[in-house]
Design a protein around this ligand. Structure first.
Ligand code: AMP
Ligand code: MG
Length: 347
């Protein structure tokens, strides 16, 4: 989740809009809450009735997926996790199959840095709850879970029959599900013949088409202050996802503990403060942004390569903006003075 918003909305929100846009050339927008975040649907170039039909379809889809994929409220995923823990085997309900296989592949490609099998660790840190912890969990409890190495590679799917060789595996798709849901939502809109739209969940989004005679414009939040770090104009059908250490977490003794955990240490990742990915597929962009946060400034190029990413921007704890050359061509830095920028080799 992050704070990227379609820029026209953002400018309006922070009072910088110079003059009013042409009436009649504005997107039809609506918001609702799902996946614990504000989902904004913007549709351009169709009549109000079709736009409302699209928005209703997206909202229905999100609400269904929210119930089907929730990691701690009673439902199919909680049942599956209980069966895996108790028996080491489970029947996978149809609604979870579309998450499982892609998540397994992405986890493998990231060398396990994207690890949706470590639900126990995520729960231990209090991130399977709406209430943050007041202090970090017991270090021995963290070490014990890390030593059990829950991994997507421990899971074996035969048709719908799932077995695990590791009883510590508990699935939590919090780093991935929103992306897949956005892909589904865009499919709903396309099925209705809508070709210009953005589905934006808490700042992570997929954009199709254009905003009339100009591209959509997306503001990427400054991870260490108010306002916008950069602006990206998505091409027709691109997803933009950002993971950051400012999104969820808690402070204890002057230290910030955030929600993106390094499966190797069991502690919040330390190598980056935000990671932004542009990719055709929202699910891939979502998992990738999380994995790149874990990889950090030292290792992100390797992971980007494994995932076949072209467009990555990562900000390290010194405020240095690391980018692929392809990303540098797409990003307009808005922050003044501009932060230092380091380009990677061509990916
Ligand atoms: P995101 O905002 O997409 O980066 O996802 C963060 C959420 O994914 C967290 O709130 C956890 O539920 C979960 N998570 C945290 N660390 C990881 C990780 N290394 N791999 C997979 N999921 C994670
Ligand atoms: Mg993610």
């Amino acid at each position: 989740m992050n704070f990227a918003l379609p820029l026209f909305g953002l400018l309006f929100a922070i009072g910088l809009l110079g003059g009013c846009g042409n009436r009649g050339s504005e997107a039809i927008e609506q918001q609702f809450i799902a996946f614990g975040t504000l989902v904004n649907v913007s549709i351009f170039g169709v009549d109000e009735a079709l736009a409302q039909q699209g928005i209703a379809a997206v909202e229905k889809e999100f609400n269904q997926l929210h119930r089907d994929w929730h990691a701690w409220e009673p439902g199919p995923l909680v049942d599956l996790n209980r069966a895996l823990a108790e028996r080491g085997t489970a029947e996978v309900p149809a609604v979870l199959l579309p998450l499982l296989e892609p998540a397994q592949r992405l986890s493998e490609q990231t060398g396990g840095l994207f690890n949706p099998a470590m639900g126990k660790l995520i729960a231990l840190w209090g991130f399977q709850s709406d209430e943050p912890l007041l202090a970090p969990p017991d270090k021995d409890a963290i070490a014990e879970l890390v030593a059990r190495h829950p991994s997507m590679a421990d899971l074996h799917l035969d048709g719908t029959h799932l077995t695990t060789t590791n009883r510590a595996v508990q699935l939590d798709f919090g780093a991935f599900a929103k992306g897949v849901a956005i892909d589904r939502a865009i499919e709903q809109l396309q099925a209705l013949g809508i070709t210009n739209a953005i589905v934006n969940a808490g700042g992570d989004l997929r954009a199709i088409g254009r905003h009339g005679d100009r591209p959509w414009r997306i503001g990427i939040r400054n991870p260490r202050g108010p306002g916008v770090l950069a602006v990206i104009e998505p091409a027709d059908d691109e997803s933009i996802f950002t993971s950051g250490d400012y999104e969820r977490g808690f402070d204890h003794n002057g230290h910030h503990y955030h929600h993106i955990l390094d499966p190797r240490s069991g502690y919040p990742a330390t190598g980056a403060i935000s990671a932004t990915v542009i990719h055709a597929n929202a699910g891939v962009a979502d998992a990738a942004a999380t994995a790149l946060m874990v990889a950090g400034a030292q290792d992100w190029v390797r992971i980007a390569r494994e995932l076949n990413l072209r467009h990555v921007m990562l900000i390290d704890s010194n405020g240095i903006v690391h980018m692929t050359p392809a990303m540098a061509k797409r990003v307009h830095i808005e922050l003044e003075p501009s932060p230092p920028i380091e380009l990677s080799e061509v990916l």
